[in-house]
Design a protein around this ligand. Sequence first.
Ligand SMILES: C[S@@+](CC[C@H](N)C(=O)[O-])C[C@H]1O[C@@H](n2cnc3c(N)ncnc32)[C@H](O)[C@@H]1O
Length: 338
Amino acid sequence: MNETNHSKERKTENELVTTQPIGPFTMNQIKTSSFKPLTMANTILKIPLLSTIITSTALKSSFNSSSSSLLHRHICNCSSAASVSQHQQRQPQIRSPQLVALEYADLSIPHIVCEELGVVRVRQHVNPLSSSLSVPVEVPKWEDVFEDPKLPLVVDIGCGSGRFLMWLAKRNPGSKNYMGLEIRKKLVTRAEKWAEELALSNIHFLFANASISFKQLISTYPGPLMFVSILCPDPHFKKRHHKRRILQKPLAEAIVDGLMPGGQVFIQSDVLEVAVDMRKYFDAESDKLVHVDNIDSSLLCDNEGWLATNPMGIRTEREIHAEFEGAKIYRRMYQKPS
Ligand SMILES: C[S@@+](CC[C@H](N)C(=O)[O-])C[C@H]1O[C@@H](n2cnc3c(N)ncnc32)[C@H](O)[C@@H]1O
């Protein structure tokens, strides 16, 4: 995927959807998750008007998340070839924001909140190296932001809209706290509003440059750090912009040092180059971290060591958009030995 496509695709992030969650983390939880990836097949067939267009067995059997672009074209061709009614032809094709809405439907983010905030428009790119974004965030009073600030902490770095983290937080009340770090303020403001409306007392979003503030935040948190994720980070394709990428050595070291025994770090990207770049930092910590397939043989990897499936029970928005476009997601999950 090139930079233009990636940027264009990211515009969909700001579209309004609703949400809901489960929880990852222990291998048992992962294995017993009822999560099934939302494929083009089950998604399209759940949408009545579209399902009237898609009737051929051959077409249905071609549904899968990795061939969605092809599928899109296929749907268009089949629609006209089958001489569907004018009414049917006027129906819009499914778009990836609709998939996001379906995947997060259980979260039920109230509409009113979104109307209050208006349309959240954010710049496509921010420069995390700019002086205005290099100021460390003020550490919150943890007892003010979490009902029980001693619970194990889950941190999502570059959390975007925050729906992914809210979904998890709703699934695990009273057992974990969730903190989203996001460098785009409007997304944080909206996420906080949503969390408030959903009455989640175990989640907090911070407008923060994670590269600058992660270590300090973690070192002051009263409980253990059990999980850190960096999911589909901004790719910053140009070589001269690689230094803007969120994961650099100091952040990787701070994550590894901060994790509790048994704690996990999960990284993923739809851009191979970015995934490889992130992976090298954690592979280099082989004296402190092991990849999860060495602990649990049911978590399979492909020949290059990427996890075969999403172990979280929910896909992030970027992940949904990317898979919709036919991209592969490159994932690694590491664990600190207990
Ligand atoms: C491509 S989006 C992915 C969002 C989400 N993780 C997902 O998978 O849908 C990357 C997010 O990381 C945020 N980000 C980039 N650099 C950051 C930094 N240094 N600190 C915190 N957030 C950052 C961006 O603002 C953006 O919302």
